[in-house]
Design a protein around this ligand. Structure first.
Ligand code: HPA
Length: 226
């Protein structure tokens, strides 16, 4: 089974017309949609109602595991730190840094250290690139806790450390996906320059965000079906 984890903007996809199903996990119930054998898990729940620091990450990833998902494309709306993924462009992730401080893991009761030296699956990432040729590759994602945006000093520091884009969910999510051994590609679309990179934070219209998210969503579907 294959799945897309989608965030901001994804809720306008026609997948949302499919009947929502519910899967129960020890961490809570998770709603998802399914079409042509591919699952869509709306990260923030239907209607984008759960903020990033309150997402039930353990339930979401446990649900995918329980549904027999072995391949995931995870989609993230992000802010741009460097020119590698400029505002309003796309990127494919190769690495991440987690500054969220969330400390969420499936292995809090026993000693198990997960290898995250290659967090994002190369083969699936290559397929994504095939369907989204304009996307930058080797993009480093920085995860913050939110829900506030970063300070200028934080964004400057993340850039100096090697981060290219910043978001509030990806670090926690990929850690859990690796813990479950689910092969994952990560794709981002930039909806703003990070704080202080340009004069002001400026966001595109909802329509533009929707349009970009659908471009990424269709590439994710094609990559998973390839
Ligand atoms: N910071 C953190 N998360 C984000 C941003 C940002 O600038 N843009 C979209 N998600």
């Amino acid at each position: 089974m294959k799945a897309i984890i989608g965030g901001t903007g994804i809720d306008k996809s026609e997948y949302f017309e499919a009947q929502a199903k519910t899967v129960s996990t020890p961490f809570g119930d998770v709603e998802y949609m399914e079409k042509d054998g591919i699952i869509l898990l709306p990260r923030h729940s239907k209607g984008h109602s759960v903020p990033p620091h309150r997402i039930n990450y353990l339930a979401n990833i446990e649900a995918l595991s329980k549904l027999g998902v072995d391949s995931v494309v995870a989609i993230y709306a992000v802010g741009s730190i460097t020119e590698k993924v400029p505002f309003l462009s796309y990127g494919i992730l190769s690495d991440y840094m987690d500054f969220s401080g969330r400390n969420i893991t499936f292995f809090s009761e026993r000693v198990k250290h997960t290898d995250v030296s290659n967090p994002y699956d190369r083969e699936l990432s290559k397929k994504l690139k095939k369907y989204l040729p304009e996307a930058a590759e080797d993009v480093v994602y920085v995860c913050t806790n939110g829900p506030r945006f970063e300070t200028k000093a934080e964004v400057r520091a993340y850039g100096m450390l090697g981060g290219d884009v910043v978001g509030m969910t990806g670090g926690t999510e990929i850690t859990l996906l690796r813990e479950k051994g689910i092969r994952t590609a990560g794709v981002v679309y930039s909806i703003n320059w990070g704080t202080g990179v340009r004069k002001d934070i400026e966001f595109p219209s909802d329509e533009k965000v929707e349009e970009m998210s659908l471009v990424v969503f269709n590439a994710a579907l094609s990559a998973l079906k390839d």
